[in-house]
Design a protein around this ligand. Sequence first.
Ligand SMILES: Cc1cc2nc3c(=O)[nH]c(=O)nc-3n(C[C@H](O)[C@H](O)[C@H](O)COP(=O)(O)O)c2cc1C
Length: 377
Amino acid sequence: MTFPKLKIGELVARVPIIQGGMGIGVSLSGLASAVANQGGIGVIATAGVGILGSDRSMSYIEASIGNLREEIRKAKKATSGILGVNIMVALTNFADMVETSISEGVDLIFSGAGLPLDLPKYLKDGVKTKLVPIISSAKAARIICKRWLSRYNRLPDAFVVEGPMAGGHLGFSTEQIDDPEYALKKIIPEVVVAVSAVEQEKGVKIPVIAAGGIYTGEDIYEFLNLGAAGVQMGTRFVVTHECDADIEFKKTYIRANQDDLVIIQSPVGLPGRAIKNDYISSIQQGLKKPFKCVYHCIKSCNCTDSPYCIALCLANAKEGKFKGGFAFAGKNAWRVDRILSVKELMESLEEEFNKVSDNWPSMRPMSNRELRNAALL
Ligand SMILES: Cc1cc2nc3c(=O)[nH]c(=O)nc-3n(C[C@H](O)[C@H](O)[C@H](O)COP(=O)(O)O)c2cc1C
């Protein structure tokens, strides 16, 4: 058996893999177009895109719009495959990023780090851009469906469900991260059951996509068996030649041990998973002092009391300057041992998937009853 296709509305990806949007500047046009060229869905991250580049004459807001437009155009030149953008709800320039993405004709908008309750208001008649909330619970899926139906007579085109093994900011409390009740394997069937009730009532298809800690083709097989229509992967795509981050960023993944993957308390008010280094240690020892905020990029950021600017930290890391920052990474980042091309990665995932699905050829979507039972386990 080969990979089943991932269908989101009229979009059909040959490979059911979405490359997760990764700020700041880790997934730009280079990585996104390479993934799209291999049949997956490539995603440009908008978080902090205005910090990148050398033109300091523009304001952060102007630079964000200009840089995003440029990245989307570059990606479109490099591929005819499917391209999306990732726009965190918590961004202060959320509306600008959504409007720019729609006007540049991206295929999909992925939006998490908060519930994108008003995202459909930006879609004008005839615009085909698909809207995909990123959530961490069945409750969030229900709230979004209800709100979008009542306000906009519209439903999400898909959901990405991100579990606690993901990299970057996490939609869980620190206590929930290691609690089996919140494991992705547990949440996926819950979301599939919640969404299938809406699908049946409204006669639509809303694919559910699993994210967070997915590492091998076997993992992909497992989540498709649990009712997901595809997966989103971040960490594996960081360590590819095409990833837009500096080589030193990729090397920190290769050097990392299991114990180096730590949870930090981000100034934006969410826990985040990162690779431990001297910068993180100095924050933990209280050696860093509050700073003056330049970008005002995240609505919830406690920048007056925070000992560091998360945007600057991540932008430095992306450029390989680890004296001034640290790398976000998924829980499985320690397993990475070499840099591959996106093509090699996709081929190895498909090979692993084929092997396992040949051994268990009876893969079929679970019935609602089976999914409910899986959710109760
Ligand atoms: C370096 C890095 C940066 C990330 N930045 C973002 C981001 O800007 N917005 C977002 O929604 N998710 C972000 N994520 C989460 C990824 O999009 C993805 O869903 C997640 O990492 C999947 O888990 P995995 O890395 O274990 O595959 C980031 C993850 C990493 C590793």
